[in-house]
Design a binder for this molecule. Structure first.
Ligand SMILES: [Zn+2]
Length: 54
């Protein structure tokens, strides 16, 4: 299990190529330590701007 900073909740590992689990980041929930991660790739800021202006 890891704490997903994109969804703000704990996930089981999904083993997708976009999933990132930080080796150096941790998050405590109810005194339990979880690795921090992201279940999907975060869009590049440049791409985000394009989609906003398009
Ligand atoms: Zn997630």
């Amino acid at each position: 299990m890891y704490y997903c900073i994109a969804c703000n909740k704990v996930h089981p590992p999904l083993s997708t190529k976009n999933e990132i689990i930080f080796k150096t980041g941790f998050h405590y929930i109810n005194s339990t330590m979880y690795s921090a991660g992201i279940c999907k790739a975060v869009p590049e800021p440049e791409e985000l701007q394009k989609s906003v202006t398009a």
